[in-house]
Design a protein around this ligand. Sequence first.
Ligand SMILES: Nc1ncnc2c1ncn2[C@@H]1O[C@H](COP(=O)(O)OP(=O)(O)OP(=O)(O)O)[C@@H](O)[C@H]1O
Ligand code: SF4
Ligand SMILES: [Mg+2]
Length: 330
Amino acid sequence: MSEQSKVLIEVENLRKYFSIKAGAFRRKYVQAVESVTFSIYKGETLGLVGESGCGKTTLGRTIIRLHEPTSGRIVYDGTPIYDSEKHIAADMLPFRRKMQIIFQDPSASLDPRMTVGEIVGEALDIHGLCTGKQERRDRINELLDVVGLNTEHANRFPHEFSGGQQQRVGIARALAVEPEFIVCDEPISALDVSIQSQVVNMLEDLQADKNLTYLFIAHDISVVRHISNRIGVMYLGQMVELAESYELCSHPLHPYTQTLLSAVPLPDPVKSRANKRILLEGDIPSPVDPPSGCRFHTRCPYATDRCRSEQPQLKEQSPGHFAACHMLDG
Ligand SMILES: Nc1ncnc2c1ncn2[C@@H]1O[C@H](COP(=O)(O)OP(=O)(O)OP(=O)(O)O)[C@@H](O)[C@H]1O
Ligand code: SF4
Ligand SMILES: [Mg+2]
């Protein structure tokens, strides 16, 4: 078996509901992630796409248990770190070293009262990774160097940096503990277009150098299609399609994925004109009160009565290509 095909993370029927106030005495639940099942292979980049609010960040954070799951199962490299049926909720400290996150908003994710050296050093301290002050200083400088910053940046505060530099600090902090897996939560969407590719290239180089596994979250399929080995598409808290990147972009099976891809401009203007944009009607429904049956039925041009009452399951439609749609049942 190749290194690539070994499973690093298995997620089974993962749910994350948030409790919110609905009036003085009532509470409601935001079904942010609903029964999501998939695996992430060692050394791969798995892209995760979908509209704003569909649960990408919640899924990424719940996998590494920055959010406590509501139910389901998460296995990391053969060890269950969460299993609601077997009442397993592993101590996460040893896994925090292996599983890191680069946050969506670089400025909000860095403590404004700490210098960059303190921010990166804190991760080293929590895990006791340096024996003396000199080793700690050297390691911080080395990490800043890896992400294209320099020694003098260690004494500065986050507000003294540009968005791109702040994101580099976030990446240095994630790398400090030498992780195996990183949730990259829209690491470039808050950055100027001019520096987005620099940060993507840096993440790709680091992956090759350190054999990292990424869950790479993006709004836009065009951001992840070239850097991902596989892509997962989420709609209203559920995974609706998952396939190898080229396969998903060239043969999308789910009507929602087809819509997302129709919005991506193609480099060839003739093909681009032929690729008619599909416009979805209506807004994304609320995850507090999601539609019955297929959650996409309120916006799907092919919806039938069955779609309104029965939830489609994510099934393997061809080897490695999963999709959840009744239309594919044949
Ligand atoms: N802490 C929370 N409390 C209550 N609801 C939450 C919380 N965090 C997220 N949500 C809700 O869960 C749903 C999924 O949110 P999430 O941030 O995971 O979406 P997303 O796909 O990452 O969106 P975006 O692309 O805008 O970052 C949304 O309806 C959101 O309002
Ligand atoms: S199950 Fe029905 S509503 Fe859902 S995507 Fe398929 S055709 Fe559309
Ligand atoms: Mg998000």
